[in-house]
Design a protein around this ligand. Structure first.
Ligand SMILES: Cc1cc2nc3c(=O)[nH]c(=O)nc-3n(C[C@H](O)[C@H](O)[C@H](O)COP(=O)(O)O)c2cc1C
Length: 198
């Protein structure tokens, strides 16, 4: 039985490979995962990796044939939306409400404040501490979005500071805790039966 439906959104960061470890862990533990990727994310990992891990093709292009309403359907489908890794650019775009790609458009169609929306930033420490990024983080949190704060340490650029993506194991533990607190997921079939009886 599915433990929950996760809309797993990847943007263009070197940490995309770490996000794949989390996706794999979620699938192995009976979560349903639908990935969404920006075109930059696909510079770091391939469509085949995301489809191979989840059994579902990633949602990338809003205008793709057969997916015309996925920018609404996937928001409705998800129990939890996660942006992981969130690049500085995507994080700042979300805070502005820009719907110029799949992640931004899904964000605008998501029931913010009613369903959980989590963001896991990953970036160079100067990008993370930039006033634009810090303002966006404050704004997103005020809207009820949970920030999975990055860790401090060695970065791919060779510098040290805050901006390393939270470890996949730590994020997995937070997701598991969230769904455990929600109680068991009710199978769709039972819900349909309940609707029929009313
Ligand atoms: C090798 C490489 C690594 C990058 N790593 C990051 C990163 O970790 N975090 C980040 O915010 N941007 C990073 N960038 C820059 C983003 O990919 C760039 O800002 C891009 O426009 C983000 O697009 P997106 O948010 O639509 O995915 C990196 C760029 C390159 C070339």
């Amino acid at each position: 039985m599915s433990k929950g439906k996760i809309l797993f959104q990847l943007s263009g960061s070197i940490a995309c490979y770490k996000a794949c470890a989390l996706i794999s862990k979620l699938i192995q533990n009976d979560f349903e995962v639908q990935t969404v990727a920006t075109s930059s994310a696909l510079e770091f990992i391939g469509r085949s990796t995301l489809e191979g891990l989840t059994g579902r093709p990633p949602f990338v292009n809003l205008y793709e044939s057969q997916r015309a309403m996925d920018h609404i359907h996937l928001s409705r489908w998800a129990d939890l939306a996660l942006v992981c890794p969130a690049s500085a650019s995507t994080l700042n775009k979300l805070a502005l409400g820009l719907g110029d790609d799949a992640i931004g458009t899904l964000f605008l169609s998501y029931e913010i404040g009613h369903k959980p929306y989590w963001i896991a930033p990953a970036m160079n420490h100067k990008m993370f501490l930039h006033p634009a990024t810090q303002d966006s983080l404050r704004k997103l949190q005020a809207w009820g979005i949970k920030i999975l704060y990055p860790e401090t340490g060695h970065q791919a650029c060779g510098e040290e500071g805050p901006g390393r993506l939270m470890e996949p194991e730590t994020m997995y533990a937070a997701i598991l805790k969230h769904f455990s607190a929600q109680g068991p997921q009710i199978p769709e079939k039972l819900l349909d039966g309940a609707r029929d009886d009313s």
